[in-house]
Design a protein around this ligand. Sequence first.
Ligand code: ADP
Ligand code: MG
Length: 256
Amino acid sequence: MTPADAVIEIRNLHKSYGPLEVLKGVSVTARRGDVVSLIGSSGSGKSTLLRCCNLLEDSQQGEILFKGEPVRWSGQGAARRPADPKQVLRIRTTLSMVFQQFNLWAHMTILQNVMEAPLTVLGRPRDEVEAAARGYLDKVGIGDKADAWPGQLSGGQQQRAAIARALCMEPEALLFDEPTSALDPELEQEVVRVIRDLAEEGRTMILVTHDMKMARDVSDQVIFLHQGLIEEEGAPDRLFDAPQSARLQGFLRSTM
Ligand code: ADP
Ligand code: MG
């Protein structure tokens, strides 16, 4: 593996909220085209790890590299912060995040939601952004909803709009935090289908999910987090069919 193959590389990351140590030395690599799924009980640190990836959270120890480029830090321990705001912005704008609760702007149409960040953050030309936005809405199957308001859409349609919005930033990688958890089972599948399509076209993704079937279907690698440490990781078939650790065995039983 050359450094450029790794879109995101996390080495020995430690993260605390005050006295609570949430990540206790976690290493994760997502190579170009990889789908890495994070599974584990509530509170095990999955969302925190995802938020550390795009520097929404500080961390106290360890390294984060983006396409081989290390994040530069100033200060140490509890005082450690990214040293260069421009580097943070550049990294964050090329890692698009999709949240459990969609987080669409209610006062903007679906098309405006998708166009907003490419226009204002990247400063791309409006006609080019609109064409791309319409293309991504078509891609996720809601091209006919461009002029609707978020409140007029089902949860599954809103989440697909949020995915189109993430794609319109032309990101190097997509970060998903429980993208199907807020959806009724019958709406979950339309979002799973979109995520599977993205995996098949070779997108780099880190996916936090409680949906073990989706994790098995779309992942190249699955990581089981337990209390801020990687308890077990591996290819999905191996991990789900032959879990080694008693904790993972127990966790998988609890999800069936
Ligand atoms: P998961 O996504 O696996 O459910 P989280 O990463 O959200 O877990 O949380 C891991 C731990 O960190 C939990 O104990 C949670 O209560 C704590 N935590 C998360 N966010 C904060 C925060 N902003 N301040 C304090 N503690 C937090
Ligand atoms: Mg979470």
